[in-house]
Design a protein around this ligand. Structure first.
Ligand code: KG4
Ligand code: ZN
Length: 336
């Protein structure tokens, strides 16, 4: 079969991204324009600002992706684009741009689920990886344990009932004065802290479910900070960060390993921004080693929001002839 060159676009949150990907695995270019500096001023992503910044950046980012890949629009076989979940105004910028391109080039438009994109980052990193495997998707907006049975075929085994893992990292970081985005900062400062200094709670559900809850641990940290502030005692930020991180990583590791053992799966792939976390990588690798389970991670650049992962997911959807109509709408609450 002739190779398929996909131009992919991602604009679901605060990164405007475009990439050129061949056959779902080979990345010719992966351009990301981050809006992080502007949102940092507000302590988090401001949706209206995000949409405006996407509009300013998208043309430049797509042109750069084509140039870096050494291709022209005439070489493109399909346009892949994230249509959900995400911020509706942000999604619409990428989606409308992609529709215009697909229509004018007369090539298929492929609508991609952002969460599926995160999972597919692993196909780029690990060229021989094939389903089935268990995937832990942990980002600023999502926390899922997914059994990926085949390409594009998912069973959700567990998900968060409140905050996403990355959201908890960001909120705790803000509370202990580390700023936004909190995940990488907690990861870094935790290396100097004692992770057993405080015991923050892990949520366990009594219904045997492998769901998560991170609002309890987040509240426990906030209560601890308030108490220390009231009594005037000094807060050891590194200890708080490390103890919080341990509580989150322990429950993520436990539930993912449980999923593998109960379903007899011997491969785990991690995805999403929190997959960059060094403690999570270490903990899962160690737990996997003890049980003969292989644990795979994408490089950090493929963990965070990017369009290469969207190009990979689009390829597998294209193979299934899952082509989107040109009136496809953005779906802010799209599920896997
Ligand atoms: O996947 P992503 O870039 O965007 C979403 O789709 O949400 O994930 C961003 C999230 C943020 O919450 C950020 O704090 C978190 O990933 N993150 C981390 C680390 N790097 C990024 N969390 C923990 N440790 C890290 N090293
Ligand atoms: Zn994401």
């Amino acid at each position: 079969m002739k190779k398929k060159i996909i131009l992919a676009i991602e604009s679901s949150c605060d990164e405007t991204a475009a990439a050129v990907v061949v056959n779902g695995r080979e990345v010719l270019s992966n351009v990301i324009s981050s809006q992080i500096d502007i949102h940092t001023k507000f302590g988090g992503v401001v949706p209206e600002v995000a949409s405006r910044k996407h509009i300013e950046a998208i043309n430049i980012v797509v042109s750069q992706a084509l140039e870096e890949a050494g291709v022209t629009l005439d070489d493109i076989d399909a346009v892949g684009v994230t249509y959900g979940p995400g911020l509706v105004g942000a999604l619409l910028v990428g989606l409308q741009y992609a529709k215009g391109l697909a229509y004018s080039l007369n090539v298929p438009l492929i609508g991609v689920n952002h969460i599926e994109g995160h999972i597919c980052a692993n196909f780029i990193q690990h060229k021989d990886l094939k389903p089935p495997f268990v995937c832990l998707v942990v980002s600023g907006g999502h926390t899922f344990i997914v059994h990926m049975k085949d390409y594009g075929e998912f069973e959700i085994i567990g998900e968060t009932r409140d905050d996403a893992a990355g959201e908890a990292f960001d909120k705790v970081a803000r509370a202990i004065g580390l700023g936004y985005p909190g995940g990488p900062k907690i990861d870094k400062i935790s290396k100097q802290g004692n992770e057993n200094a405080m015991k923050f709670p892990k949520a366990n559900f009594h219904d045997n479910s492998l769901d998560f809850s991170f609002s309890g641990v987040k509240s426990a940290v906030l209560n601890y900070i308030n108490k220390m502030n009231m009594t005037g005692e000094e807060i050891n930020t590194a200890d708080v960060a490390a103890s919080f991180q341990k509580a989150v990583v322990d429950v993520l590791t436990e539930n993912v390993i449980k999923t593998c053992t109960t379903r007899d799966v011997h491969k785990i792939a991690i995805a999403g921004g929190v997959a960059s976390n060094s403690k999570l990588r270490e903990s899962l690798t160690e737990a996997g080693k003890k049980r003969g389970i292989e644990v795979l991670f994408p490089a950090p650049i493929l963990c965070t929001d990017n369009a290469a992962m969207i190009g990979s997911a689009a390829y597998f959807e294209l193979l299934k002839e899952n082509v989107a109509p040109l009136d496809i709408n953005a779906k802010p609450n799209l599920r896997l």
